[in-house]
Design a protein around this ligand. Sequence first.
Ligand SMILES: CC(=O)SCCNC(=O)CCNC(=O)[C@H](O)C(C)(C)COP(=O)(O)OP(=O)(O)OC[C@H]1O[C@@H](n2cnc3c(N)ncnc32)[C@H](O)[C@@H]1OP(=O)(O)O
Ligand SMILES: N[C@@H](CCO)C(=O)O
Length: 384
Amino acid sequence: MTEALAPLPQLEHQRAVFADGLALDSGAVIKPLAVAYRTYGKLNALRTNAVLICHALTGDQYVAETQPVTGKPGWWDTLVGPGKPVDTNRFFVICANVLGGCMGSSGPAEEMTDAEGQPMGRPWGIDFPSITIRDMVRAQKRLVDHLGIDRLLAVVGGSMGGMQVLEWAATYPDMVVAAAPIATASYHSAQNIAFHEVGRAAIHGDPDWKGGRYWEDGRIPAKGLSVARMVAHITYLSEAALGRKFGRRLRGASALTFLEDVFEVESYLRHQGSTFVRRFDANSYLTITRAMDYFDLATEHGGEVANAFRGTRTRFLVASFSSDWLFPTEESRALVRALNAAAANVSFVEIATDKGHDAFLLDEPVFHRALGGFLKGAAERVGV
Ligand SMILES: CC(=O)SCCNC(=O)CCNC(=O)[C@H](O)C(C)(C)COP(=O)(O)OP(=O)(O)OC[C@H]1O[C@@H](n2cnc3c(N)ncnc32)[C@H](O)[C@@H]1OP(=O)(O)O
Ligand SMILES: N[C@@H](CCO)C(=O)O
């Protein structure tokens, strides 16, 4: 990736804007607060059928429709839609771009505002305040209130989306009937923080990053962001999946020279890096990876995860994937133990797959049946 790339196009997104802003865990205030979102299906008359989906690190609100930058189907298109496990004939599905994101919610790529909420004529960039997963959830709560919904039938999400699910259940227990944290954990591990730091170092080391002010000459730190994605993408797969997909195959039919040939796996990673930089903002990546790294429910709740859920009436489905080495099953089991210690109602499923962490995004029939059944049960209990 050597070509110069301009910043992402400014698109029109459906947004709710809250003039009074949002106070963050850091003490800073984002004013106004913008939350970009999409909905699918219809809210019923009693407003009891809302399912909030929380996206992962580089996801967005386009969960079940064409993503406007890439032109690709929604990232959970296989799971969400009419007659699908998250059935939009039955449920009113909401998905919001996270605070700090780059698809229309308040974030580093949006125009900076002063303490009175007045526009300052430049993007926030690295002056966007540090945020936490709980800040993301507070922003979503504002949206849910704005939509006139008192209780969510379910909150569902994978990876960083699962962290938000846990934060929802811990922070607003009376608003969450059912919660499905998938391929996630109650904290971000040292190894995961380490991988994030390599990605951030790649961005910081790109001369085009320019201390985060890359908008000034219209050239983004494509090389650094691409390397960050390449490293991260390895962690989303598994050794078995890479072996099955690519093995040691070389690209093209040329003779093995050890000088010019490129392994298929190298080509694949370069492709993942170069497509990523066309849809994601580098300063958003820095902000959101930090928010994931800070996440630790135990620290927020007096040193014990169980404290976050004591007295809860929310029902939980915890799901993990056997080859996920980013959020290994053992971390899901620890979460289940904490929920049991809090006397919460919890089911657990480990899906056998060799596809690694990103299996939660793929067509995994056992996972889809488990989630579909869990939501159906929750719906029946509240008469939806
Ligand atoms: C989680 C959220 O909230 S949303 C964010 C999720 N989305 C992403 O992470 C997007 C990038 N991630 C991926 O593509 C993930 O691997 C998945 C899980 C989403 C998709 O997995 P799969 O369907 O197995 O696709 P796969 O990983 O094989 O990638 C296919 C892409 O690689 C390309 N590719 C495959 N082999 C090669 C190769 N040897 N050389 C170059 N490119 C290759 C394909 O052409 C295809 O490109 P395209 O996506 O531009 O059409
Ligand atoms: N591949 C997904 C999952 C990361 O946890 C993403 O990019 O958001």
